[in-house]
Design a binder for this molecule. Sequence first.
Ligand code: EPU
Length: 334
Amino acid sequence: MIQENIDITRRHTFGIATRARAWADYSSVDELRILLQEAHKQQWAYMPIGEGSNLLFVKNYEGLLLHSAIKSLNVTTSLNNEVLVQAGSGWIWDDFVAYCVAQGWYGVENLSYIPGTVGASAVQNVGAYGVEACDVIESVTLLATDTLKECTIKASDCGYGYRTSHFKGDWKGMYIVTAVTFRLSTTPHYTLDYGNLHQWVGDTPTLQGVRNAVIEIRRKKLPEPHELGSAGSFFVNPVISREHYSKLQEKHPDIPCYEIDEQRVKVPAAWLIDRLKWKGKSLGGAMVYPEQPLVIVNTGNAKAGHVVQLAQDIAFSVLMEFGIAITPEVNYIY
Ligand code: EPU
């Protein structure tokens, strides 16, 4: 099951030339157990990987990459206009979304065309167009990496927040997601208030229509991973105090924000970066994507160092001008 000394350049969406000590695909929880036992025995570092769409390998990976090919699908309940559907962690996220839309299940259509896997969606709490994965996740099924026992944790206990969860924080390394259960609706129910999504969809929305609109918007704004390497949004949108925001408005009256709570607002990092004229600027093979400056792309021969340096330069300039420390959304892997 284990392939050693492997080229993983095409196994992560940045497409930066990288090798890994070992790679293994597993298609069941039992296979994952065997791989973890082996990694423990060999004292190898290990890490789960999906499509590698949110990773920046800063150097070659000196451990075992564990790639889920668990593609189970179980509809566990279908009651009160709701379905509980459990999908294996190895499902390609957008294949899962397409399947749900084809079944007439509402809830994940705004998350169409996001690169990655079902397993990663529950770790990263992927989000787009006013919906986050945690809005529809019911529970997450996991394998504990120390005891090798399976457990299921309710979404409300997973520490979900904007692009975050306990799996990325306090519980990092403790579990590997094996399946995710989603609570979806069988009655029409749309979330169209983000940006101009409503305009794209029109006044008579359909489930497939929303999916098509989201795909069209994403295609226009974001690079296609197989055409131009990237890891999607490079930074998270920063949350700042209203006081800080009011001060910024004195100099930048048009600075946009999204409401968070009485004390805080979220500012689009894309606007901050755009304002500082980073669009299209490059460093070595790394470039700020001209259509969406929150994205750094690999124009062909980027080295991780180019991306790291460009990201640092952007973050530094944002800090100097706006007093805001923007942080990477992308996981740096050493
Ligand atoms: N903006 C500019 N210039 C630009 C682009 C955007 O000023 O060239 C400003 C505009 O004010 C715009 C705002 O930024 O209204 C927001 O832009 P956009 O709607 O494209 O969204 P975003 O905040 O940049 C986030 C997610 C995306 C997700 C979109 C849509 C994060 C880190 N990123 O981007 O997610 O697709 O919203 O919901 O939250 C990802 O995580 O990889 C990702 C692509």
